[in-house]
Design a protein around this ligand. Structure first.
Ligand code: ATP
Ligand code: MG
Length: 649
């Protein structure tokens, strides 16, 4: 990629609040630097030491065995992940809440570590009785209810491999994933709640199983009580089942590299891949990052608002927090139900101290306005986090000022399903943060921005984000397709892991993730990142969210089309369109001026909330959509955009 002088990436650094640093685990940038240098020079020593964060049945003999692209971490070690996340906390914290669950209707249920252990054991015993063996793959298709983490931990206890499929997926999407992993068992619920409506999960599960002969049983949690079809012999109610089994279950002794789970990526770019993670390395790095990125303390109440159907929920609702014996808030429903203040109501009710959400959610909060905070005391929040997409500087500042009251550091965490845990992020007590930047690689992470030959590009130049050394929580393969694993991740840039993201490093070594390599736009010979142009748009007071794509242009090669969602109360006038194009020209330069601005009530997003520029590109180029839309959250969003264009013409 060629150079493009970034204008909006010149945000000044904000130092961590002194009060925060003074109590933090890593409390200065000097301390971070020393740690990072040590970890890069001696990765095996560093990660070997972090291996002590978990409890082993047999300690490992060797920290790393690396034959590109295959890594084995903590070789020879034996452990059980569910033991680490549950049993080991009981002596000290048996009565501490592990899960603080809130239903969409406001019902609250608390599970202590002791209670969690009993439930995990009962269900583990039940699965064994159903014939689930070590290494079998279990599909989990559930709403955000406590039985979901319980089922995952029960799998981990007996050495079964879970494959959680987000509860918002359709029957064919579920069937595809069950096929791909040849699952033996499906765990679901009669239904789930979303904005007060019942989502008939069992119906989709029934539909999916018509074409899934490998699945012998379906265990169904009764959540809604709505009538459901029932196949005698195959279907079993969770409650009736677990009642038959004792609340103790010896954890299986498992190899460090025993597969823990398969998780399909969210599908922004096309066909989802079954990312395989294994036990020890994944757990160690989730445990480490949970402690250090979130500066976790014993009395914290941690809330990650992601769905467990995504990797964020796996690593920072289930494995990371529970491995540290933390108290985790888990919420069943939508952020705007019954009203748009729901998250702040929850933060207040549970005295949440660490709030971790997505960039897309922050932009929604900003669009809705700060009046929704009124009457809710969120002053216990001491740290904010974001993930999923680049957070535009304007949204970052809104988060910092309105939610964080300028007192909470923000950790903008860059990572992927494939990386298993956070790789680039500030350490909140140490790193001065720059709005819109994920800041610095965590200790032990050899991140770099390079050209196609793998050579580092200069500060301020756009290149490919790669990781040059293996890390413990890295994916081990694509399930059933090791060739694709090698091709997609380890063959593009010699010797390095290819993330698929475009990025820049600034002169301070800060990383600016600019979006996906496939989304980069080329206008008159200049490569422009979607993130920069979108951030320029979002910096305008009337804009809440923006997505830009390119369409072919005879003169310039490509012309920019911007899709824009306005903040509450703003009028979508033709003058505003012009004005927004001018605004981008002013901030970045005429080269980045959108040729067309289109207003959208909602942007098309994946079910994990990421903007699908691929579909917008198709719309801008061809006027309609024929590409794969199975991972789309709301087909209406793109259909309305397509129609609206027709009306305007
Ligand atoms: P698919 O790979 O199927 O297209 P996906 O990449 O959306 O799906 P995830 O693994 O959930 O699935 O997302 C990881 C991607 O999200 C990263 O590669 C990056 O593009 C983006 N991302 C995540 N966190 C950040 C962040 N803090 N800043 C910028 N981008 C981020
Ligand atoms: Mg991806």
């Amino acid at each position: 990629m060629s150079e493009f002088d970034p204008t909006i990436l010149h945000e000044a650094a904000i130092p961590p609040p002194e009060e925060f640093s003074s109590r933090a685990r890593v409390s200065s940038i000097t301390e971070y630097d020393a740690l990072h240098r040590y970890a890069l020079e001696k990765p095996e020593e560093f990660w070997g030491e972090q291996g002590q964060l978990i409890e082993w049945i047999t300690p490992p003999e060797k920290t790393l065995e690396w034959k590109l692209p295959h890594a084995q971490w903590y070789v020879g070690g034996k452990l059980n992940v569910s033991y680490n996340c549950v049993d080991r906390h009981i002596a000290k914290h048996g009565n501490k809440p592990a899960l603080l669950w809130e239903a969409e209707d406001g019902t609250a249920i608390e599970f202590t570590y002791c209670e969690l252990r009993d439930l995990v054991c009962r269900f583990a015993n039940a699965m064994k009785d159903l014939g689930v063996k070590k290494g079998d793959v279990v599909a989990i298709y559930m709403p955000m209810i406590p039985e979901l983490p319980i089922a995952m931990l029960a799998c981990a206890r007996i050495g079964a491999v879970h494959s959680v499929v987000f509860g918002g997926f359709s029957a064919p999407a579920l069937a595809d994933r069950i096929h791909d992993a040849k699952c033996k068992l499906l765990i679901t619920a009669d239904g789930g709640y979303r904005r007060g409506r019942v989502i008939p999960l069992k119906e989709s599960a029934d539909e999916a199983l018509k074409s899934c002969p490998t699945v012998k049983h379906m265990v169904v949690v009764k959540r809604t009580g709505e009538p459901v079809a029932w196949q005698q012999g195959r279907d079993l109610w969770w409650n009736e089942l677990v009642d038959q089994f004792p609340e103790t279950c010896e954890p299986e002794v498992l190899d460090a590299e025993h597969p823990l789970f398969i998780l399909y990526t969210s599908g922004t770019t096309g066909k989802p891949k079954g990312v395989l993670h294994t036990s020890a390395g994944y757990l160690v790095q989730c445990t480490w990052s949970m402690q250090n990125v979130f500066d976790l303390r014993d009395d914290d109440i941690f809330w990650c608002t992601a769905d467990i159907g995504w990797v964020t929920g796996h690593s920072y609702i289930v494995y990371g927090p529970l491995s540290n014996g933390a108290s985790v808030v888990m919420y069943e429903g939508a952020p705007d139900h019954p009203k748009r203040d729901r998250f702040w109501r929850i933060a207040d009710r549970y005295n949440v101290t660490i709030f971790y959400s997505s960039a897309t959610a922050v932009r929604a909060f900003m669009a809705w306005g700060k009046q929704w905070l009124e009457g809710h005391d969120i002053s216990k929040i001491r740290l904010l986090g974001t993930v999923g997409e680049p957070i535009n500087p304007a949204a970052w500042k809104w988060y910092y000022e309105v939610i964080g009251r300028k007192q909470c550091p923000i950790v903008d965490t860059w990572w992927q399903t494939e990386t298993g845990s956070i790789l680039i992020s500030p350490l909140p007590g140490a790193t001065p943060t720059k709005p819109g930047s994920a800041c610095l690689p965590l200790p032990g992470i050899a991140a770099r921005v390079v050209n196609m030959q793998g050579e580092p590009v200069k500060p301020g130049e756009t290149g490919y984000l790669v990781i040059e050394k293996p890390w413990p929580s890295m994916l081990r393969t694509i399930y059933g397709d090791d060739e694709r694993f090698r091709r997609d991740y380890w063959s593009r840039i010699p010797g390095a892991y290819f993330t698929g993201d475009a990025a820049q490093c600034d002169k301070d070594g800060y990383f600016w993730v600019l979006g996906r390599v496939d989304d980069v736009i080329k206008v008159a010979g200049h490569r422009l990142s979607t993130m920069e142009i979108e951030s320029a748009l979002v910096s305008h007071p009337s804009v809440a969210e923006a997505a830009v794509v390119a369409r072919p242009d005879e003169i310039k090669g490509e012309a920019i089309v911007a899709f824009v969602t306005l903040r509450a109360g703003q009028n979508p006038t033709p003058e505003l369109k012009n004005h927004l194009s001018d605004h981008v020209s002013k901030i970045i330069g005429t080269i980045a001026r959108p040729a067309e601005v289109r207003f959208a009530d909602l942007l098309p997003k994946t079910r994990s909330g990421k903007i699908m520029r691929r579909l917008l590109r198709e719309l801008a180029q061809k006027g309609g959509i024929s590409g794969d839309t199975t991972t789309l959250e709301d087909i209406g969003a793109i259909e309305r955009l397509a129609q609206q264009k027709g009306q305007e013409e």
